[in-house]
Design a protein around this ligand. Structure first.
Ligand SMILES: *Cc1c(COP(=O)(O)O)cnc(C)c1O
Length: 361
């Protein structure tokens, strides 16, 4: 009997990209495909969205090179940029566009050219205070970068929102204002600009910029701390399923699984599904975490182990071999993530190599 299977629905991906396109208006779309396309397979996502987006965004140079190797020809922005001349040469060779977020990167690239000049971006720290040049540092950093022989004229400037997913709009309003005033402080700036992640794209149309950078919404996750992905018309792209490998009866008072976390309050049927944290199912899922058995909403009981999850089958019609959906088409990933003290992003990214992947149109 097969174990865990991850179905990637390409039509849902294209549908979600269409929603991003509508929200973007005349802005261009840089699809976030870092961390292997949020666990969906970066090359699969890139190929699926070839006609739907205008560029891609990865975290590391290696991720960008892998996409080029897979034949991807879209523009690719590399968020962590380059840290040496050798890396700058690698980026130039593959037409990857590094982001410069720290002055050590400008120094490392140095004044020599690379044959083909690099299209570069500069990261402004408009309030997240993680990476990027402060508004005060930006003019000098930008001028220094522009002055390098290996860099094309007019690098772009981007920034990232820390709290666009929250109901309180003021932190993001402040970041937008900071971005604008920092740009205004540059002499004759004519580069490209980019501000919005998924939440920014959907909730802050006034943020503007030439490019938007949606990630989670493309995969059908809810970009906001409130509401659901469906509120925005988004469809789940990944569906994680497995099978029941055992159905048995637990007697009143009997504990199940490691630590005996769940103790049967009455004689009851339980199911054992062939999936666990070794596949990427969250170990922290508490009793009551929703899971779908044979099309019916059931609940996880007992501690999740490496290979198995145990399920309360009271009121559920089920037998060995029946399909179990952990999340996806019938159960929002956000519902499982929320119960497990995490976010959909993490669940998507932590799918293990043991899970068999199936791509559908
Ligand atoms: C990951 C990332 C995004 C996409 O964020 P989502 O919340 O998934 O839409 C956008 N910009 C930057 C800089 C990122 O690192």
């Amino acid at each position: 009997m097969r174990r865990a299977e991850l179905r990637i629905d390409r039509s849902a991906l294209r549908h979600n990209a269409e929603i991003a396109r509508r929200a973007a208006g005349d802005r261009k779309i840089l699809a976030a495909v870092k961390a292997d396309g949020y666990g969906h397979g970066a090359a699969t996502v890139a190929e699926t969205l070839r006609e739907s987006v205008d560029g891609l965004m990865v975290a590391s140079l290696g991720e960008g090179e892998a996409l080029r190797q897979a034949g991807v020809t879209l523009r690719i922005v590399v968020l962590q940029g380059v840290t040496s001349q050798a890396e700058a040469r690698r980026a130039a060779k593959r037409f990857l566009e590094p982001v410069f977020h720290h002055e050590s990167q400008i120094a490392a690239v140095g004044t020599v050219g690379f044959g083909l000049p690099l299209t570069a971006w500069v990261k402004l720290d408009s309030g997240m205070h993680r990476v990027g040049f402060t508004p005060a540092e930006l003019p000098e950093a930008y001028a220094r970068l522009r002055g390098l022989r290996g860099i094309r004229p007019h690098p772009g400037v981007l920034t990232h929102f820390a709290r666009a997913d929250e109901p309180d709009r003021s932190p993001t309003d402040t970041q937008i204002a900071t971005f604008r005033s920092a740009l205004a402080s540059l002499d004759d700036f004519s580069g490209e600009t980019s501000l919005c992640n998924s939440a920014g794209l959907l909730a802050f149309p006034e943020a503007g910029g030439d490019w938007v950078r949606p990630g989670i919404m493309l995969y059908g996750g809810n970009p906001f701390v409130t509401g659901t992905a469906t509120d925005h018309g988004l469809r789940p792209v990944m569906t994680l399923t497995t099978r029941l490998i055992a159905v048995r009866t637990l007697r009143a008072g009997e504990p199940i699984g490691y630590g005996g976390r769940f103790v049967a309050p009455e004689t009851m049927p339980v199911g054992v599904a062939a999936i666990g944290y070794g596949d990427g199912y969250p170990r922290h899922a508490p009793d009551g975490t929703p899971i779908v058995v044979n099309g019916q909403r059931a609940a996880v009981i007992g501690r999740v182990s490496m290979d198995l999850v145990t399920i309360d089958l009271r009121g559920i019609q089920a037998q060995v071999g029946d399909e179990v959906e952990c999340w996806g088409a019938q159960l929002p990933i956000d519902a499982v993530a929320g119960r497990s003290g995490t976010i959909s992003y993490e669940l998507m990214c932590q799918m293990s190599g043991r899970v068999q992947r199936i791509v559908t149109d």
